[in-house]
Write a protein that binds this ligand. Structure first.
Ligand code: GUN
Ligand code: FE
Length: 430
C-alpha cells in the first residue's frame, strides 16, 4: 500500500471549545502521528504506535516547535477581489463602487478570471488555507475558473456565481431568469464533482430585486443540498438602504426569509448589527454566520458578537472576506478575531481561535465530516505550523510555558513564514 505517516505534535478536537471549557474540546498530542492513504486520514494516534504498526509507510517528521493542524478553512471570500485587497479609505457601499465593481468587471475576460483564480489559490495555499467558500463574479465562467483551478490543485472548494440584477453597473448585472438559469447550469456542472460544492450566491439584498431573490429561493428549494451564501447586516448605512429598498420587510434577514433564502444551509457573512428577531430566527433555522474580523475593522463595519451568538448555539465560521478583508492569512484573521473579542470584553483562547479557523469554519459549510479536523475518515488536508518562524516569534516561544502560549504568539505575529508545509488531499505541496 501507499501510506504516509506524519509524525509530530498533532492538534486534536473532541468537541466545540466555544461551548464549554476549551480544555475539554481541544488538545495537542506532543508525540502524535497521522496516517494517510489515498487522500484520507486512516488513523490518528501515538506516533510510536503508528510507526510500529505501519513500518512501510513513508515517514515525514515535524519536530517539537511545530504543530500539525487541519488545513485552514476560509468560510467567506471573494476571489475576484484578490488584486484590489488593501484599497484605501472607503466604507462598504463606496468601496464596492470605487474598487470592487470595476475589478469584478475585469473578470468578464475569461483569461483574466483564470489568472486570478490560480493566483488566489496559490497565495492562500501559501498561507495554509486548503479550502475556501468563495463568491465569484456575475460571469458563469468566473465560477468555472475557480472550480477548475481548485480541481487542478486537488482542493476542496465551495463557490458560486454571484447574482446581482440592480444597483450594480452595466456589465455586472444579470436578471432574475439568467441568474436562475446560469446558477442551475453551474450546479449541474460542478456540485458534487470531485471535491467541489456549489453555493447559490445572491450578493446581498441591495443588489437583487425581490424577483431575483425569489428565483434563487426557488432554485435552492430544488437543490436543498447546496449551500446558499450571502451578506447580512454588515454596516448601518447598508441596513438603512435595505429598509428603503424593502419597505415591507421586518428587518434585513426578512428580505431573505420572505424569498426562500433562510435555511440550515444558509451562510450569512458579517451579521454584526442584528435585531433580536433576526438572532432568534437564525437560531431556529440552524443557519450559520461567518465572522470576518479583518474586513469588519478595515471597512469600519463594527464588532461581531462572537460570545453572545455562540452562546445561543448559532454556528459561526471564520473568514478573511478577501478583498474587503485586509489579509489572505487565517493566522492574521484569528489575531483580528482575538482583538475584536478584546474590544467586546470577551477574548478568545488560542485553542478556540484555531478551532474556529478549521473545524468551526468547516462545520459552518456543512463539511465538518470531511475537512477541518484530524481524525479517521477525514480528507487529508493538513497545515503544519512552525511556531518559531521569525526572530520575534521565536524569542517569545522560547519563554512560553506551554504550546498554547507558543501558538498564540504565532497567531498574533505569524504570516506565511509560519506555514512549514501544506498537505492537500494527502499530497505535500511542493
Ligand atoms: N456586501 C456586498 N458585497 C460585498 C463584498 O464584496 N464585500 C463585503 N465585505 N461586503 C459586501
Ligand atoms: Fe464578503
Amino acid at each position: 500500500t501507499n501510506q504516509t505517516l506524519i509524525l509530530g505534535p498533532v492538534l486534536r478536537y473532541a468537541g466545540d471549545p466555544l461551548r464549554g471549557p476549551w480544555q475539554d474540546a481541544v488538545r495537542v498530542d506532543s508525540a502524535g502521528g497521522v496516517l494517510i492513504e489515498d487522500g484520507q486520514i486512516i488513523e490518528v494516534g501515538s506516533g510510536a504506535d503508528l510507526q510500529k504498526a505501519h513500518p512501510q509507510a513513508d515517514l515525514h517528521r515535524y519536530g517539537a516547535g511545530h504543530l500539525i493542524a487541519p488545513g485552514f478553512v476560509d468560510a467567506h471570500v471573494h476571489y475576484p477581489q484578490t488584486a484590489i485587497i488593501a484599497s484605501w479609505g472607503k466604507r462598504l457601499i463606496d468601496w464596492l463602487n470605487s474598487y470592487t465593481f470595476p475589478e469584478e468587471m475585469r473578470l468578464s475576460d475569461p483569461e483574466y478570471a483564470d489568472q486570478i483564480a490560480g493566483r488566489y489559490l496559490d497565495l492562500t495555499l501559501a498561507h495554509g488555507t486548503t479550502t475556501a467558500a468563495s463568491y465569484c463574479t456575475i460571469h458563469p465562467h468566473s465560477a468555472d475558473a475557480l472550480f477548475e483551478a481548485a480541481a487542478a490543485r486537488g482542493q476542496r472548494i465551495v463557490a458560486g456565481k454571484t447574482c446581482m440584477d440592480r444597483n450594480a453597473p452595466e456589465g455586472l448585472r444579470d436578471t432574475a431568469q439568467s441568474a436562475y438559469d446560469d446558477s442551475k447550469a453551474l450546479i449541474g456542472k460542478w456540485h458534487g464533482q470531485g471535491r467541489a460544492s456549489y453555493a447559490i450566491t445572491p450578493r446581498f439584498s441591495p443588489t437583487s430585486t425581490p424577483d431575483q431573490l425569489a428565483a434563487l429561493g426557488a432554485l435552492w428549494a430544488e437543490h436543498p443540498d447546496c449551500l446558499m451564501q450571502t451578506h447580512l447586516s454588515e454596516q448601518t448605512d447598508e441596513i438603512a438602504w435595505v429598509k428603503e429598498l424593502f419597505p415591507q420587510a421586518r428587518d434585513y434577514l426578512d428580505t431573505y426569509e420572505a424569498h426562500g433564502l433562510l435555511g440550515e444551509r444558509g451562510l450569512y457573512g458579517h451579521a454584526i448589527h442584528l435585531e433580536p428577531r433576526e438572532i432568534d430566527r437564525l437560531k431556529d433555522c440552524g443557519a450559520a454566520l461567518v465572522h470576518c474580523p479583518t474586513s469588519n475593522t478595515f471597512i469600519g463595519s463594527g464588532l461581531f458578537d462572537m460570545a453572545g451568538l455562540t452562546a445561543r448555539g448559532i454556528p459561526v465560521g471564520l473568514a478573511t472576506d478577501t478583498g474587503g478583508g485586509s489579509s489572505f492569512s487565517m493566522l492574521r484573521t484569528m489575531a483580528a478575531a482575538y482583538e475584536v473579542g478584546q474590544l467586546r470584553g470577551t477574548p478568545l483562547h488560542a485553542a478556540q481561535l484555531i478551532w474556529l479557523a478549521t473545524a468551526g469554519s468547516a462545520r459552518s459549510l456543512h463539511l465538518g465530516d470531511k475537512i477541518g479536523s484530524l481524525s479517521t475518515g477525514m480528507e487529508a488536508d493538513l497545515t503544519i505550523l512552525n511556531l518559531s518562524s521569525t526572530a520575534a516569534i521565536a524569542q517569545r516561544a522560547d519563554q512560553a510555558s506551554d504550546i498554547w502560549e507558543s501558538l498564540f504568539a504565532t497567531i498574533m505575529m505569524g504570516d506565511d513564514r509560519a506555514i512549514a508545509d501544506v498537505w492537500v488531499n494527502g499530497q505535500k505541496r511542493p
